[in-house]
Ligand binder design. Sequence first.
Ligand code: NAP
Length: 276
Amino acid sequence: MTRARDCRVVLLLAMTFRFQSLRAFEESVAISQGKETLMKDKIALVTGSSRGIGRDIALRLADVSAGVAVHYKSDRKAAEEVVGMIKEKGKQASFFCADLTGESGASRLIKKVEEKFGKIDILVNNFGPILVKPWEKVTAGEWEYILRSNLGSALCCAKAVLPGMQKRKWGRIINLGYSRAEQLVAFSTITPYAIAKTGLLILTRTIAASVASDGITINMVSPGLMERGVLPRDRDIPSGRLGKFEDVSSAVLFLASDKTSFITGTNLIVAGGWKT
Ligand SMILES: NC(=O)c1ccc[n+]([C@@H]2O[C@H](COP(=O)([O-])OP(=O)(O)OC[C@H]3O[C@@H](n4cnc5c(N)ncnc54)[C@H](OP(=O)(O)O)[C@@H]3O)[C@@H](O)[C@H]2O)c1
């Protein structure tokens, strides 16, 4: 009788162990396919997600999370459309309008999203316009706008979202950079943008170190030349093609995952080997 029970316990333990290792394997495959189940209760906010890379990130995050807050500045119809697509996937979604070039816009946005969804687990600081202009023709206003929108908005959104993440001891912040942000060289036609993105990497690493013990990671994903980008595309890309939105959103999904809790302060370059 006791022996039979012991056998059943051993069998049960063996099955549990087998199930767990199979599960770990399935989860790592699922992350790469955007089908992860560990994030099914998480809420994400993607800034600038009414179009472009941000839109793709929002749609991909919707596949693995509980819901996504879609943010826009002026094109409400486009944001509404993204929300509709997320709802069709059976996930929660709402759109939020905010100008992120100032601190009040950023803190109001975070507050509104937290009121609507109860929390923000994943923040993707995607909004970050480029200005292609010889440095000597850049006006003080343009200079300030590029720094405020690429660097200031990420700082203000991170500052506003961190208290909630620290309370829950879980958070992911992913900043969108630019593949050459780590290169301290001259960039005569995109000077304020390059400075802002390099600054964003320093900011990423600074915040990463200060919140690492709270279960929060903050990383940067840096796209290179994109199919629908504004930079000249006749460059030599070792992989032989331009970047697609899904290349970038796959990297964001990876860093947003529960499985990447030990990766923080990094810069993941998504550029097919272009000048990295
Ligand atoms: N696209 C590329 O080739 C490329 C290459 C390397 C790196 N990146 C980086 O990848 C990220 C995404 O780039 P992207 O070109 O797809 O989009 P983007 O131009 O950075 O952002 C577009 C989004 O920002 C919103 N927006 C516009 N003005 C705003 C404001 N004042 N305050 C808040 N939001 C505002 C837009 O809303 P409305 O639609 O309502 O105007 C839209 O949703 C950026 O950080 C960029 O630097 C892009």
